[in-house]
Design a binder for this molecule. Structure first.
Ligand SMILES: O=C(O)c1cc(=O)[nH]c(=O)n1[C@@H]1O[C@H](COP(=O)(O)O)[C@@H](O)[C@H]1O
Length: 224
């Protein structure tokens, strides 16, 4: 079984990112680079991290009209990322065009309901349904659009996996027991997410902000 843990490197500083990846690379299966890193370092930064030998998850959460998202996807194809995110709420046509524009080795996954949101936050943006119903709706749309899978919290992954057996499920919002939740609202432990059908476990601060990131990554993998 390959290591499902992707470490979220949320920094705009290339040297910090490289140092962190060097520290934890023996105990993670891949590296997630986000918008913060990409805006600061672009293709060059991704190439530098890629040299360390782990698969790259480019978390850009693209969300725009279909033409714009498809063109953005084409512009990152030369990086050959293993995984790229788009927002499922961008609609079916946007998802179809994004997938069509992506490279054949890239998994395109749709972000459903951010793990930092709860029922109350959803109602404030006009979504009357609870997170699980909204995740189920967007997961079905992502599947229809031909995406590889979705991003959802550990609260929804079990039912999402049941409805989409060969889907690829990316689960962030993971906290080892007792860890600080910070801005995350729908959290579970890495083990729970794994048991409930997650394909990839995205873990940031519990590893990157630990005194010893390598030991933290190793301990988390030990619980799986
Ligand atoms: O797409 C994501 O990766 C993502 C989706 C989501 O709903 N929630 C979420 O936290 N993420 C990302 O997962 C990572 C979580 O980081 P930590 O909370 O530090 O573990 C961050 O890089 C977020 O951008």
């Amino acid at each position: 079984m390959s290591n499902p843990v992707y470490v979220a490197i949320d920094t705009p500083l290339l040297d910090d990112a490289l140092n962190l990846v060097r520290k934890v690379k023996a105990h993670v299966g891949g590296v997630k680079l986000g918008l913060e890193f990409f805006c600061a370092n672009g293709h060059h930064g991704v190439h530098e991290v890629q040299k360390l030998g782990l698969p790259i998850f480019l978390d850009l959460k693209l969300h725009d009209i279909p033409n714009t998202v498809a063109k953005a996807m084409q512009a990152i194809n030369t990086l050959e990322p293993a995984i790229v995110t788009i927002h499922a709420s961008g609609g079916r046509a946007m998802m179809e065009d994004a997938k069509a524009a992506a490279g054949i080795h890239t998994k395109v996954v749709g972000v459903t309901v951010l793990t930092s949101l709860d029922d109350h936050d959803l109602s404030r943006v006009g979504v009357a349904d609870a997170p699980d119903a909204q995740v189920a709706r967007l997961a079905a749309l992502a599947q229809e659009a031909g995406l590889d899978g979705i991003v959802c919290s550990g609260h929804e992954v079990k039912s999402a996996r049941k409805a989409w057996k060969d889907g690829f499920f990316v689960v962030p919002g993971l906290r080892p027991a007792g860890a600080s939740t910070a801005d995350q609202k729908r959290i579970v432990t890495p083990r729970q997410a794994r048991d409930d059908g997650a394909s990839i476990l995205v873990i940031g601060r519990p590893i990157t902000k630990a005194e010893d990131p390598d030991a933290a990554a190793r301990a988390i993998v030990g619980t799986l």
